[in-house]
Design a protein around this ligand. Structure first.
Ligand SMILES: [Zn+2]
Length: 379
């Protein structure tokens, strides 16, 4: 994939991104390109070009497939672009740089331009984006790296039940889930594998650095109230980052966000502002379909289990922990720790194993679905 922002700037083109419409334009005297993020087509000087993979928006950078981009730019600027695989100056896992035979940008100028892109964008992007990279971004490549995020930890116990803390349940299930996924051939990373405190904003950063394909944050739900209310309110629910449609979902996100803040998470706030939503709009759109597909798979895999779904089983809200993830990301509320029956089940070995197995199965099903989708693109 090519970092289209950097390449455009190198060639003196002006770029515009409209995050809400997901529309991207790069324009100049020689070349005018426009496309919609997430679609495998690009309009270059009036001609539609089919791309091998969809365009994507990741790490606040627009990426387009290498081969076609180099051809389009090559034609427009009468240059022959070649990929220099030996350049190690760019900060990336698979450092690659583009050089052109007509005008060979020095390695430092490439590094400079890519870091200026990162600087002008949101602070979520930690590293300077490379100009070219080997791997396609999450959601448009095979699913391999799964990041499991056991919620809370250390001084932050999460929700507190009669006999247990949320942080211990989710860690135990995460470890079992890791085992299941590794046995299926996935690469797995846990944001924490011990009882330690991690800031909410740090968790997706770990996933980004590790090149995750899917981010799953595990939690237990809870409500306040009398015995009868606690007994009545139960079930699992899976969330994507989306403007909440119900007050109930908004409250759940507020609780998860607030807990972190209470225990010293400085970057966390209870609710996302309209500006926050706008800033992440393009990224959310990018991963929406994949996140929804995974959500469907989890709901399906949970069918017939001890803990049944709460309502439709799925919802959307402004969970801080999902905000920084540059990959399909979901938050699973395994069940209610405030419900005595579900708390007992979530603490039992049988229950934990069963929940881990069901989520692992949904990851496998999600991979299958994405593989099918990628196959249709290559035809
Ligand atoms: Zn939680």
């Amino acid at each position: 994939m090519v970092n289209l922002d950097s390449l455009s700037k190198e060639e003196g083109l002006k770029t515009h991104l409209q995050p809400v419409e997901r529309h991207f334009k790069t324009e100049g005297k020689e070349l005018s390109c426009s496309f919609v993020l997430g679609f495998p087509y690009i309009f270059a000087n009036g001609n539609a070009v089919k791309l091998s993979t969809p365009t994507v928006f990741e790490n606040d950078v627009v990426w387009t497939p290498l081969e076609e981009t180099v051809e389009i730019f090559g034609k427009a600027f009468s240059k022959k672009y070649t990929v220099d695989t030996t350049a190690k100056l760019l900060k990336t896992d698979s450092p690659l740089a583009v050089s052109s035979s007509a005008k060979k940008p020095s390695s430092s100028s490439v590094a400079k331009s890519s870091s200026s892109v990162a600087k002008s964008s949101s602070s979520v992007a930690e590293k300077a984006a490379p100009l070219v990279r080997k791997n396609a971004p999450a959601g448009s490549r095979e699913v391999r790296n799964i990041v499991i995020d056991p919620g809370h930890g250390g001084k932050d116990p999460g929700a507190i039940g009669l006999i247990s803390n949320e942080k211990d349940i989710v860690l135990a299930v995460s470890k079992l889930l890791e085992k299941e996924l590794v046995a299926m051939g996935f690469h797995v990373k846990l944001t924490r594998s011990t009882d330690k405190f991690i800031q909410l904003s740090e968790r997706p950063q770990i996933a980004n650095k590790w090149n995750g394909d899917l981010f799953i944050s595990l939690h237990c739900n809870a409500i306040d109230g009398n015995k009868a209310r606690k007994k009545k309110t139960k079930g699992f629910r899976i969330y994507v980052l989306r403007d909440p449609e119900s007050e109930e979902d908004r409250a759940i996100a507020r609780r998860e966000n607030k807990v972190a803040k209470t225990y010293g998470d400085k970057n966390s706030k209870e609710e996302l502002s309209p500006l926050d939503w706008l800033k992440i709009q393009a990224r959310l759109e990018q991963y929406k379909q994949a996140s929804y597909t995974f959500t469907e798979k989890v709901i399906k895999a949970y069918e017939g289990g001890k803990i049944s779904k709460m309502g439709s089983g799925a919802g959307g809200a402004g969970f801080m922990v999902l905000v920084g993830a540059f990959m399909p990301a979901t938050l699973v509320e395994l069940g209610f720790i405030s419900n005595p029956e579900e708390e007992l089940y979530m603490n039992s070995e049988k229950g934990q194993k069963d929940m881990a197995k069901r989520i692992a199965k949904s990851v496998q099903e999600y991979k299958k679905a994405l593989d099918e989708y990628l196959k249709t693109l290559s035809h």
